[in-house]
Design a protein around this ligand. Structure first.
Ligand code: NAP
Ligand code: MG
Length: 400
């Protein structure tokens, strides 16, 4: 069989620990035999980040700007323990944070839905993709403990020195106060990323804030989304047969619980933090969750939502057998290959991505799965496979 040709390289960001092991297995068994795989390789493994003073992370993000599509393996975000373990020169920032800041993107997280792994919410038939605004609000706040009577004000000093004041509260006793901010430019990027991703995946987009209570702050989010939608996306949405829908956050929460899924839920920073954990755990497993960073300029970076699965890696190092789920990492590759195929007009690449996804889901549906899924599946008597054998079972399904 002739291998599928590629014209533009994918930006390949290798990573750490168990996911680095899976990464190589996926390439060797599921990709290289079928595709004349073109990648520009960046080793984001912690050792190499340390050798390059983290320059490799910056280079990989710049390459993503050049080529448009990247696929990333999970990476260690250093903490004190990692400083010793890897003899780090400094406590480097999270690679995901660095890349996200450079691409100005929004992260979309979607569960991989498969028969046999049922969501806790029984009417959720299709995935719910969660988009979290990743800038500002309570995550960049300023707080004050108010010791006793007195007044707290917000003061804006313009560049010419003029001051505008708003009373927060006249305290008659002790209390607390909090100031937070956001930026129109950041909200605009968030909105464009959401609209682009909705068009890209042909799904409705829901957005919700508390604009009835927060008449300036949250209302600005609502207005920016609406203005950009009307000016740039309305016609495209209508042509694609999808809808942009704004509602209040409490109404959105109630509707989500009753919905059947198949839409994107855009959330402000805090709502997204809280709701993404609820949605992902209700869908079953972190190992079945994909993540894609979409920039407002149209760059895409695909990855699994889980980390490097450190505990399994230490077992692997001791020569013990592991049963680590590679599904989300496989779907990172298929997402990136399909996007590359779309951009370069290589339909064989898109077809291959579809087939590999079907083979992966088909393997699970036939009862063959890793331990994490075997623990939660509704399929009777599942066969538990180790990390390598699960990938080989997918290959067998793919070759059928
Ligand atoms: P983790 O790697 O997501 O793993 C936490 C636990 O979840 C595992 O111990 C395992 O449970 C289960 N799990 C996660 N993925 C699995 C998979 N594919 N198959 C089977 N089980 C899976 O989180 P962590 O252990 O907290 O973090 C490890 C490292 O990953 C950290 O250094 C962190 O900085 C990094 N991290 C990276 C990213 C990223 O690059 N996007 C995201 C998160 C964390 P059991 O042990 O019970 O089997
Ligand atoms: Mg959270």
């Amino acid at each position: 069989m002739e291998k599928i040709k590629m014209t533009t390289p994918l930006v390949e960001m290798d990573g750490d620990e168990m996911t680095r092991i899976l990464w190589q297995m996926i390439k060797d068994e599921l990709l290289l035999p079928y595709i004349d795989l073109k990648t520009e390789y960046y080793d984001l493994g912690l050792e190499h980040r340390n050798e390059t003073n983290d320059q490799v992370t910056v280079d990989s993000a710049n390459a993503t700007k050049k080529y448009g599509v990247a696929v990333k393996c999970a990476t260690i975000t250093p903490n004190a323990a990692r400083m010793d373990e890897y003899h780090l020169k400094e406590m480097y920032k999270s690679p995901n944070g660095t890349i996200r800041a450079m691409l100005d993107g929004t992260v979309f997280r979607a569960p991989i839905v498969v028969k046999g792994i049922e969501p806790c919410v029984k009417n959720w038939k299709k995935p719910i993709t969660l988009a979290r605004h990743a800038y500002g609000d309570v995550y960049k706040n300023t707080e004050m403990i108010i010791p006793g009577p007195g007044k707290v004000e917000l003061v804006y000093t313009a560049q010419d020195g003029t001051e505008t004041r708003e009373l927060v509260h006249n305290y008659t006793g002790p209390g607390i106060a909090q100031g937070m901010h956001n930026l129109n430019a950041s909200i605009e990027s968030f909105a464009r990323s959401c609209f682009n991703y909705a068009l890209d995946t042909k799904q409705d987009l829901w957005f919700a804030t508390k604009d009835t209570i927060s008449k300036k702050y949250d209302h600005t989010f609502k207005d920016i989304f609406q203005e950009i939608y009307d000016a740039e996306y309305k016609e495209k949405f209508e042509a694609a047969g999808i809808e942009y829908f704004y509602t209040l956050i409490d109404d959105a929460v109630a509707r989500v619980m009753k919905a059947e899924g198949g839409f994107i839920w855009a959330c402000k920073n805090y709502d997204g933090d809280v709701m993404s954990d609820m949605v992902s755990s209700a869908f079953g497993s972190l190992a079945m969750m994909t993540s894609v960073l979409v920039s407002p300029h149209g760059y895409f970076e695909y990855e699994a939502a889980h980390g490097t699965v450190q505990r399994h890696y230490y077992k692997h190092l001791k020569g013990e057998e592991t049963s680590t789920n590679s599904v989300a990492t496989i779907f990172a590759w298929t997402g990136a290959l399909r996007k590359r195929g779309e951009l370069d007009g290589i339909s064989e690449l898109c077809d291959f991505a579809d087939r590999l996804e079907r083979a992966t889901l088909g393997t699970i549906e036939s009862g063959k799965m890793t331990k994490d899924l075997a623990l939660i599946t509704s399929i009777p008597n599942p066969t538990v496979l180790n990390s390598k054998d699960f990938i080989l079972a997918i290959k067998e399904e793919l070759d059928k």
